[in-house]
Write a new protein. Structure first.
Length: 94
């Protein structure tokens, strides 16, 4: 996949670049932190703690299991259009 190869990301990519690559990899499929880390040439623990947890909080990624440290934890991108998220935010503020 273009843009998400380890060489394309570089040794220490900006968080936004790495998160975009994470979202591309998680599009329409579940992946464990280890699988994702191998694909992106990153440390699985760091990936989960620094990036996946933030993407979950932002509502862009979901966990397969409610318990964050579940041994079989996997993640996937949430397929909600930005317009849908904006509409939901506006409804909640009214």
């Amino acid at each position: 996949m273009e843009g998400s190869s380890p060489t394309a990301l570089g040794k220490k990519p900006r968080a936004a670049v790495l998160r975009a690559a994470i979202l591309r990899e998680l599009n329409n499929r579940w992946m464990t932190p280890a699988e994702l880390a191998e694909k992106l040439n990153r440390d699985p623990k760091s990936l989960a703690e620094k990036h996946l947890s933030k993407l979950v909080k932002e509502g862009l990624v979901e966990r397969r299991h409610a318990q964050p440290n579940h041994p079989d934890q996997a993640y996937r991108a949430i397929q909600a259009a930005p317009v849908d998220k904006m509409a939901a935010k506006n409804r909640s503020q009214n």
